[in-house]
Each structure stands twice: as C-alpha cells, then as structure tokens.
Design a protein around this ligand. Structure first.
Ligand code: CP
Ligand code: NVA
Length: 310
C-alpha cells in the first residue's frame, strides 16, 4: 500500500507526477474548473498538534475535488481508547486515506504499519513532506523550473529543513543549511538521503553570509518548533545571528526569493521588512499547500485519472 510518511516513500518519477498533477489542477482551478476527480471519497485528518494551513488546505482541496474530509481531534481517543490495530482497521473501513499530524514520527509509522489505509504525514517531529511539495511548486513558479537552483535554509535542522534537503536531493537541486553548531540536520536522516541519492548536493555551514551569496531562494522557519517550547530561551540565543533581515538579504543575489513555511515569529527568524517585501513569496507558498496536496491526493487515490489527464 502506498503511504507518504516521508518523501522516501516515493520515487523521483512519482514526485514529478505529483507536482505535474498539482500544477495541472491549479491551472484548471484558475480557469474556474474544479473536476470532481475524488467524488464521494473521504479522508480523515488525525491531528495531535495545532494547524491552520495543513488542516484547511486538505479540507478545502478535498472539497474542490468532489470529496469530503473529517477532522478528528483528541476526542477519538487515538492511542487511548483502544489498541492501535483496532483503531486503524476500523478507520480503514470508513475513509479512503488519513492525514496525520503527530508529536512523534513513530505514531505515524505505527498507523501505516497495518496497511489498513494510506497514511499521509501532515507533519511530525521528523519531517513535513507535504510542505516540501508546496515549496517546490512555489520555486517552479518563481523560476520556471527548479533545475540547478540553490535553496538556502537559514535556521534549524528541523522537520521542514530535513524534508527540503531530501526533496532537493531528489530533484538534483543544491541545498545548504546555514545554522549554528549543534542545530544541524539529524545525522541519521542525512545518511539516509546520501544512501538513496548519492549525488545529493547538501552542505551545512555556520557561515550564513557565504551561504546566501549564491542563493536562488532563502528559506527560514521558527527557531523553536512545536514541542520544543522549553528550549525557546536557549534557542533564541543560539540563533540570534541567523535572522533573515535586510542586512542578510543585501548579501544575497537580488533575484533571490524568500520563503517561509509559516507560522512565523516575526522579529525572530525573519523581520517584517523581509517577509513583507516584494522578494517574498510566503503567501502564495502557503496557498500552494492546497494545490500540492490536491496533486498528491489525486495521484494517491485516482492514479488512472493522472495517467489519462496529466
Ligand atoms: N506550514 C504549516 O504546516 O502550517 P500549519 O502548522 O498551520 O499547518
Ligand atoms: N518546524 C515547525 C513547522 C511548523 C509548520 C514546527 O514543527 O513547529
């Protein structure tokens, strides 16, 4: 059964198909066309952490495709009222796929292990594959292609930057993480990327000025992710020199785009001036969450349509 726990679950060809489906459906939507490709299909959203973009974009995307979605919060008692096996097999009788957002990545893996229904990762502590899909769509729209582009992530080696490092390796893009020492990418994750994609061009450096000097896109995310709140004071000190501000932007090529997965802590990892500047694509990037996920859902649940239409 096909899951999307991480981008390791799909091939480079699959990735191109998903992105092409997303662009196709986006173009059609812009012309007022909402083909009911997933008519009467239902997905569940099983979330242990808050969300605006992921939740709303999956729900509206599914509605636009003629299907529907169910938001499942704490009250369904996942991991509390019954065994994981009973929970997952029962859910699989009712819905076509589940999108989960979990505190621990293992919880998402556990859902998928029963192969009772396709599981899509809507963010875990380890990775955020749906975000990376939308980010590449945004880069393609800005430059016409992602080919040969250099993505520089200024900030934490977290779930978002980890997924970007992987998607860049898949697409032969150069990826640099500019971060303070000891906030690099998870070494196991990085090894896995190099094993799957030996040509991966991934660098990690604390020299942020040098990193951005060849950037086509400069990306940042919060210094303190959900679940790390106790570390926020330490992190604020550690990342103090890694703010995306006007001074840093002056070191980057003038064509460089600014990206952020949002939500942002304005004044910490990025200044108002930069996030609201003409170089910033953050609002359309957030909008692309829906388009990218529509591509993913159709690719996953109606592959025949992709073969015939995209
Ligand atoms: N970027 C992102 O995943 O946003 P939400 O946490 O609001 O879903
Ligand atoms: N790294 C952030 C991303 C939020 C979309 C977090 O995990 O909180």
């Amino acid at each position: 059964m096909q899951h999307l726990l991480s981008l390791f679950d799909i091939t480079v060809n699959n990735l191109h198909e998903i992105l092409a489906t997303a662009s196709h459906l986006k173009r059609r939507l812009q012309m007022g066309d909402r083909p009911p490709v997933l008519e009467r299909r239902v997905i569940a959203l099983l979330f242990e952490k808050p969300s605006l973009r992921t939740r709303v974009s999956f729900e509206t995307g599914m509605a636009q495709l003629g299907g529907s979605s169910l938001f499942l919060g704490e009250e369904v008692g996942w991991g509390k009222r019954e065994s994981p096996s009973d929970f997952t097999h029962v859910l699989g009788q009712f819905v076509d796929a589940v999108v989960c957002r979990t505190k621990k990545h293992e919880r998402a893996t556990q859902l998928a292990q029963f192969n009772a229904l396709p599981v899509i990762n809507g963010l875990t502590d380890l990775c955020h594959p749906c975000q990376a899909l939308a980010d590449i769509l945004t880069i393609q729209e800005a430059f016409g292609t992602e080919k040969d582009k250099h993505l520089v992530f200024v900030g934490d080696g977290n779930n978002v930057s980890g997924s970007l490092a992987l998607i860049c390796a898949m697409l032969k893009m150069k990826f640099t993480l500019a971060c303070p020492a000891s906030y690099e990418l998870n070494p196991e994750w990085l090894n896995q990327i190099h094993q799957h994609y030996p040509q991966a061009m991934i660098e990690q450096t604390s020299n942020v000025d040098a990193a951005v000097s060849t950037a086509d896109a400069i990306y940042t995310d919060v210094w303190t992710s959900m679940g790390q709140e106790e570390e926020s004071a330490i992190r604020r000190r550690a990342f103090a020199n890694f703010q995306v501000n006007r001074q840093l932007m002056s070191k980057a090529p003038s064509h460089a785009r600014v990206l952020h997965c949002l939500p942002a802590v304005r004044g910490e990892e990025i200044t108002d001036e930069v996030i609201d500047s003409p170089q910033s694509d953050v609002i359309s990037q957030a909008g692309n969450r829906m388009h990218a996920q529509k591509g993913l859902l159709v690719w996953l649940l109606n592959h025949q349509w992709v073969k015939e239409n995209v």
